[in-house]
Design a protein around this ligand. Structure first.
Ligand code: PLP
Length: 265
């Protein structure tokens, strides 16, 4: 029996339908043999068809949740998902500075749901960049998020334009940047990691499935898990991508609800 597990704290929104958010994060941590801790930043009412409503949690409640955990349990990695507002970003940034040790912080730049519901207002983008990019070991925007965060125009379809965007995001303060290519038109999903002044490209054939709810949450959580387990950033990204592809493949025949279903963890 294992008596010690690496711990990962996710600060994110709850998705009661189990596809994305906190629920996807904790399933991923468990599947990768890590112990999941969570601070809930917002409750969402949603299902496989879309987001019905968002109920933000107060900043004071988030701070109390965070301090209860951090004062008691050592944290090996942090994953940040949906924050919902500029005020929440500010509180989370100041809480992260209270953490003992320097666990890797993976920031999934969640700006909207895959169905198109906004999960962060546009006026919070400068605050996200100013307050959370400098604290993050790695940020993981997809192509639409990259365009919004860099003021570059989609489709960002050439490796040169994606590498230029990664440089721009690094100059904005993030230590390392992973731009996820899954929203592109190509048959392959090519992700670009800028780390230690080097570009690493990860390419895999796209898995054709309607069950993609929580893809971004799963990838960033898997990266956090592999980094907590001591992998280098580039190995963690490669292994997390393999985990994600398996989860997409294994969940392709799921029938939960009528919309975009979950992955298999
Ligand atoms: N976090 C929450 C709470 C969500 O509801 C969603 C999408 O619905 C996301 C994050 C982002 O999901 P995805 O991993 O599909 O980008």
């Amino acid at each position: 029996m294992r008596t010690s597990y690496k711990t990962i704290l996710t600060l994110a929104g709850s998705d009661g339908s189990g596809g994305a958010g906190i629920q996807a994060d904790i399933k991923t941590f468990a599947a990768l043999e890590c112990y999941g801790l969570s601070v809930i930043t917002a409750l969402t009412a949603q299902n496989t068809m879309g987001v019905h409503a968002i109920y933000p949690v107060s900043e004071a409640c988030v701070a109390t949740q965070f301090r209860a955990i951090a004062s008691d349990i050592a944290i090996d990695a942090v994953k940040i998902g949906m924050l919902g507002s500029a005020e929440m970003i500010t509180v989370v940034a100041s809480l992260l500075k209270e953490l003992k040790g320097k666990p890797p912080i993976i920031l999934d730049t969640v700006l909207g749901s895959s169905g198109g519901a906004p999960l962060l207002p546009p006026d919070a983008l400068p605050i996200l960049k100013a307050k959370l990019f400098p604290l993050s070991s790695l940020i993981t925007p997809n192509l639409p998020e990259t365009a919004l965060l860099t003021d570059m125009k989609l489709p960002l379809s050439t490796p040169e334009s994606i590498e230029a965007a990664a440089m721009k995001l690094q100059q904005a303060g993030a230590a390392s940047v992973l731009i996820k290519g899954g929203h592109g038109e190509e048959e392959h999903c090519s992700d670009c990691l800028l780390h230690n002044n080097r570009f690493f490209w990860f390419s895999s054939k796209k898995i054709l499935t309607n069950n993609t709810h929580g893809t971004g949450c799963t990838l960033s959580s898997a990266i956090a898990a592999f980094m907590a387990r001591g992998e280098t950033t580039e190995n963690a990204v490669g292994k997390a991508k393999a985990y994600l592809n398996n989860a997409l493949q294994a969940g392709a025949d799921y029938h939960f609800g009528s919309g975009s279903g979950p992955l298999h963890h």
